[in-house]
Design a protein around this ligand. Structure first.
Ligand SMILES: Cc1ncc(COP(=O)(O)O)c(C=O)c1O
Length: 390
């Protein structure tokens, strides 16, 4: 479908920097170090700096970043790992790929992130079995999870704290960058992310030298030197070509993020001026039809998504589609109810906040180049939809 207002428009992002990207690719074609070439190290250094960490290890995807983190921490069969039930599948998929079992936890309904109270309740129950080895808070939609109470719980229960920062490059929590607060942080450079490659790519940040070394080994078949393998790793290297593209795009990331933040503020004001929402309105007091993203705990939200809560969501989404506006549901099924995890026996009612959120969340078009006219059109059509219902 050709959208009048797409959810994201990468063409607009790439056109002005096409020449720089062509040049970066040309250089890789010249030096021919397609695997772990110099651009990979340069990208690792740059992202480590952004995330306030001393080390970063590139890999093939955000999903592999999570898997490698679990492997490097020796988490596998027999272990349990806490994950929020509202996230992209890969957070829990990677746990299952490691051989460990994901334990699904409900979310804070305001931020959509892992709820520390629900986490504590589960830990009290799980603690008896002593098999819970890690926790993976996700910084969903570009806003950090409530890391202070989660870190305390991780220390109390002796859990490795792995941040899923796939959606949160440049986000902060109380002045601390995403990716710097756990034992490691896992990033995705999937093309639609705030920093997106021209294909799959990912990276892990850490302050732990030993962990970084294990990650480097594991991403390269467990090799300690050519054809000598200390353990069984995987092939998950970050392509040099992708690193070259990402290095160019990294020059613009801050500017793009500031633009996205200003677009988010524009929506906020426009929804309030249209009488569709109110600055003070947070879930659950739904007096107005639109609940805006909740900027929590002095954080810096990078708006990977601008996700609102609405009632009659599916009807609204279809109505917007009929007007050429692409709005997306992140995510329609919580992970404890995914068919792939049915063997774990998840039941409706176990995570009520996530189960409600999946009925109500809607991500609106947001990208650095979206115009005020386009944003006004989105708000106007949402207003038309609810006016017709009234
Ligand atoms: C929260 C979250 N975790 C993990 C991933 C996996 O990243 P990738 O698609 O690069 O494997 C994604 C990206 O799609 C994500 O949004």
């Amino acid at each position: 479908m050709k959208w009048q207002i797409p959810g994201i428009n990468l063409k607009l992002q790439h056109e002005p920097i096409q020449e720089e990207i062509n040049e970066a690719i040309r250089q890789v074609l010249q030096h021919q170090a397609f695997i772990l070439g110099p651009e990979v190290g340069q990208l690792e250094e740059a992202v480590a700096r952004i995330a306030g960490c001393s080390h970063a290890v590139g890999c093939a995807s955000g999903s592999d970043a999570l898997l490698l983190a679990l492997m490097a921490l020796s988490i596998g069969p027999g272990d349990r790992v806490l994950v929020p039930t509202l996230t992209f599948f890969a957070t829990a998929g990677s746990v299952a790929r490691s051989g460990a079992v994901p334990v699904f936890v409900d979310i804070d309904p305001r931020t959509f992130n892992l709820d520390p109270k629900a986490t504590e309740r589960i830990l009290r129950l799980q603690a008896k079995s002593d098999r819970c080895k890690a926790m993976i808070p996700v910084h969903l939609y570009g806003q950090c999870a409530d890391m202070d109470p989660l870190s305390e719980l991780a220390s109390e229960y002796n859990l490795a704290l792995i941040e899923d920062a796939a959606q949160a490059i440049l986000a902060q929590y109380r002045q601390r960058p995403a990716g710097s607060m756990g034992i490691c942080g896992c990033f995705s450079f999937f093309p639609t992310k705030n920093l997106g490659a021209f294909g799959d790519a990912g990276l892990i940040t850490t302050r732990d030298f030993g962990l970084a070394e294990r990650l480097r080994m594991l991403r390269n078949h467990g090799a300690v030197q050519k054809y000598v393998h200390a353990s069984v790793g995987i092939n998950s290297r970050l392509d040099t070509l992708q690193a070259a593209v990402l290095l160019v795009k990294l020059r613009y990331l801050e500017k793009w993020t500031l633009l996205k933040q200003s677009k988010a503020e524009f929506y906020r004001t426009a929804f309030q001026e249209a009488g569709l929402s109110h600055a003070e309105q947070t879930y659950p007091g739904q007096k107005w039809p639109v609940v805006l993203p909740y900027p929590a705990h002095e954080g810096c939200h990078v708006y990977h998504q601008f996700t609102i809560r609405v009632h009659r969501r599916d009807e609204l989404r279809s109505y917007l589609a009929s007007k050429g506006i692409e709005a997306v549901v992140h995510y329609p099924v919580p992970l404890h109810l995914q068919p792939a995890f049915s063997f774990l026996g998840g039941k409706v009612g176990e995570c009520p906040e996530a189960e409600r959120a999946v009925q109500e969340v809607l991500s609106l078009p947001i990208y650095p180049e979206i115009t005020e006219d386009q944003q006004n059109k989105v708000v106007e059509e949402i207003k038309n939809f609810y006016t017709r219902l009234a």
